[in-house]
Design a protein around this ligand. Structure first.
Ligand SMILES: Cc1ncc(COP(=O)(O)O)c(C=O)c1O
Length: 411
């Protein structure tokens, strides 16, 4: 028998053409040709092409002490970090949630580490996590790496609304089949579609989770809010979706996925958090126990400077206010690009998925070769499940009209 250096469980692993690689290729091509349009990068950029940095982040970063920069961070981070993240994420709902729920904040290596840890601990091997059929592709990597898989329901109905009927059908079926339900929703400002679920959809989702919980199976809601700070409404209003949690049954666990990359442009620092919430102390004790263990067992601890920057911004009201003002500027950039894109798309009869904020807008397509067709035409986008994703975060306003023209040719 031929020897294999790789373990049996790892035989399938091969990182296909991924988003970071494609972005790299686009960057290299830009050096050779001046008509390259790069709409791949999920990092917020200014019109001039430089990354959108926050002055408050810079000020905190460059005033860190040696120990705040170089020392190992505690597995749990600090209380100021945890409470600051909790207050930021839940905004004006934070006090009510503190009163009604038990909670625990576990720092992770970005939102990615948070999803990955959650997948690892809240499913039996070979089980599936339910999520919409349009999703950020790394979720699949996180699942396979955790010896589980994904199961999808249709994200949209014919009118491009969240497809509550298909969600319910698949949720009941999966819960029955495997005696557990873990649901992942990336909302608001879904990557890649740009969708924000309505409050009515959230009410129905919570109702369904409660009904499934009543049948005696464990229910976990993984709520990825990576782009919540870029919804096209004031920050406080974007937090109103969390009111829906109040109706959750006692034993349901919610794991909110926080990404320091998106909120602070700290992409390279790899800092984020899993925020566990449940009305049951026992559930939260279990969440903390397995979460702490996995942080130590999988990546040891989180970026010390990354956590300290966030702590310094959240624990000082002046810094926090200044940061909020800077975020408004970031949202303005996205808003202008989205408005221009939608206007140009309309003029060209190009259908877009509804956009309510975030870094991406998407266009449905039946052309399975669209990535290569557009690449030949010097356009870099990301092709995903039946759509192309345009990163408004790195697109320049001056390129929008030409981008739409080239997309129209190949869609
Ligand atoms: C939907 C979604 N969730 C989570 C993340 C996590 O990002 P990070 O690991 O950089 O915090 C991303 C990053 O692109 C994302 O698009």
């Amino acid at each position: 028998m031929k020897k294999s250096i790789v373990g049996k469980h790892a035989q399938h692993k091969k990182l296909g053409s991924n988003i970071l690689q494609i972005s790299q290729e686009a960057k290299e091509m830009k050096l050779k040709y001046d008509d390259i349009i790069d709409a791949t990068v999920g990092m917020l950029h200014h019109e001039e092409g430089n990354v959108f940095k926050f002055q408050t982040v810079e000020d905190s970063l460059y005033h860190l002490s040696d120990s705040e920069t170089y020392h190992y961070a505690p597995v749990r981070g600090t209380e100021k970090f945890s409470e600051g993240v909790f207050d930021w994420v839940f905004g004006r709902q934070a006090d009510t949630l503190r009163k009604e729920f038990k909670y625990s904040v576990i720092p992770t290596t970005g939102g990615s580490g948070a999803v990955s840890n959650t997948f690892y601990n809240f499913n039996d091997f070979s089980q599936k996590v339910l999520l919409p059929n349009i999703y950020w592709s790394p979720y699949k990597n996180f699942a396979l790496e955790a010896n589980i898989d994904l199961k999808t329901f249709l994200m949209f109905d014919e009118d491009f609304n969240f497809n509550i009927e298909d969600f319910k059908k698949e949720a009941y079926a999966l819960a029955k089949e495997q005696g557990r339900l873990t649901l992942l929703l990336n909302d608001p400002c879904n990557n890649p579609s740009g969708l924000c679920m309505t409050n009515d959809s959230w009410v129905e989702v919570i109702k369904t989770l409660n009904e499934i919980d009543n049948t005696g199976v464990p229910v976990v809601l993984v709520h990825d809010i990576a782009y919540i700070d870029y919804q096209m409404i004031p920050t406080e209003l974007s937090r109103d979706i969390f009111k829906n949690y109040l109706d959750l049954n006692e034993e349901i666990l919610v794991v909110v996925i926080f990404s320091g990359s998106k909120t602070f442009s700290l992409y390279g620092f790899r800092v984020g958090a899993q925020i566990g919430l449940s009305k049951s102390q026992e559930v939260i004790d279990s969440f903390s126990r397995v979460g702490d263990y996995s942080v130590r067992g999988r990546f040891s601890s989180v970026s010390q400077p990354g956590m300290n920057i966030i702590e310094k911004i959240f624990s000082n009201p002046e810094n926090r206010k200044a940061f909020e003002n800077e975020l408004v500027e970031g949202r303005k950039l996205l808003k202008a690009r989205a408005a221009k894109f939608v206007e140009e798309a309309k003029k060209s009869n190009l259908v877009t998925y509804p956009y309510c904020g975030g870094f991406f807008i998407s266009i449905p397509t039946k052309n399975e070769n669209i990535f290569n067709d557009l690449r030949k035409d010097h356009v870099y986008i990301i092709q995903m499940q039946g759509l192309i994703r345009i990163a408004l975060s790195s697109l320049k306003l001056k390129d929008v009209t030409e981008l739409v023209r080239r997309i129209k040719k190949h869609i």
